[in-house]
Design a protein around this ligand. Structure first.
Ligand code: DAH
Length: 338
């Protein structure tokens, strides 16, 4: 009896099954009513009385070991193993983790929506541009100091190829190919060879606006920008236009909005002035119009270029560094859902 128990114990330790059917056969062989272990229990009657206690213990251990082994093999086939879960077509699907839109895309789309309501459509242009589209056509003569306003990335092999420093280059492309009226926005990424700080980066985003038609005036420009500022930052927002200089507009201005982080009282973001600059603008210079074949006697137009990153920092109060937009930290990016 003891030998038989030991022998079965070894057998059971070694058991493997390649399928549920094989496992069921093993269950029947060992622990069903007619199984080998059950039979041993029947033979137990014949064991000498003084041995009954010890042999009984061994027999019980054997039965438990067999049951455990069979359960263990069963688990490897049923729901707990991954391969099997995949083939269970009735299982509820795992939730799909949805990504979130980048805050700069959210703000860009909002800018586009606001101007779309007053008839602006969209076009895009290349980030790698030639000198003519970025500078010359926009009235920056060669060697003119105005070129220094934007620290440009050039390549050594060909000084004519630049990374565009502003989306104004798309104005040139569109005006060369389309006849007025033109009422369009040009969103995109721009590059400048600037030191990286919490307010500036070597690349950032702009949305350029252009409106050319008969009788477009500076008052139209001001009205469009005021409408934008109030839609974007709330009806209480104030705007202020300061005279400025850009080679491609005359007259030119920069527009500030009342700082919505401190409500105009003054804070580090607005450098304690209560105002934050968000865009440059002006009336398209007649030289630029004639350079692209539009008659400046018949048409006038306004243009503006706004910085998406700056607007996003104002919009989502508390983004204290532009660098956060480019670090791709999921803890930051996950905060913006829409
Ligand atoms: N391109 C200018 C810049 O990046 C911004 C700008 C100023 C765009 C005046 C315009 C404009 O269209 O009219 O600094």
């Amino acid at each position: 009896m003891r030998n038989r128990i030991n022998q079965l114990k070894n057998e059971i330790n070694e058991l493997t099954a390649a399928s549920m059917e094989e496992l069921e056969a093993l269950r029947i062989k060992y622990i069903s009513k007619k199984g080998e272990i059950t039979t041993l229990f029947n033979d137990f009657r014949e064991v000498a009385n003084e041995e009954k206690r010890e042999v009984g213990q061994l027999l019980n251990d054997l039965k438990n070991a067999a049951q455990d082994k069979i359960n263990e093999l069963k688990e490897s086939f049923s729901g707990n193993n991954e391969a099997d879960q995949k083939s269970d077509l009735t299982r509820t699907a795992d939730p799909i983790k949805l990504g979130t839109r980048h805050p700069l895309s959210l703000v860009k789309n909002e800018i586009i929506d606001i101007f779309a309501r007053i008839g602006f459509t969209i076009a895009e242009g290349p980030e790698i541009e030639d000198d003519w589209h970025v500078f010359s056509a926009l009235n920056f003569p060669p060697e003119h100091p105005a070129r220094d306003m934007q620290d440009t990335f050039f390549i050594e092999q060909n000084p004519d190829v630049v990374l565009r420093t502003h989306t104004s280059s798309v104005q040139t492309r569109i005006m060369s190919n389309q006849k007025p009226p033109i009422r369009m926005l040009f969103p995109g990424r721009v590059y400048r060879n600037e030191a990286i700080s919490y307010r500036a980066h070597c690349f950032f985003h702009q949305v350029e606006g252009l409106y050319i038609d008969k009788d477009v005036s500076f008052a139209d420009l001001k009205q469009a920008l005021m409408y934008f500022a109030k839609e974007m930052f709330g009806p209480e927002t104030q705007i202020r236009l300061r005279p400025s200089y850009f080679p491609f507009t005359e007259p030119s201005a920069e527009m500030d909005i009342s700082c919505n982080l401190c409500g105009g009282k003054g804070c580090p973001f607005c450098k304690h002035t209560g105002w934050v600059e968000i865009l440059g603008c002006g009336m398209v210079d007649p030289n630029v119009l004639s350079g692209v074949g539009i008659d400046p006697e018949a048409y006038t137009g306004f243009a503006f270029g706004l910085g998406v990153d700056r607007i996003a920092m104002l919009r989502y109060e508390g983004i204290t560094s532009i660098k956060l937009f480019y670090e791709n930290d999921p803890r930051f990016l996950g905060c913006f859902r829409r």
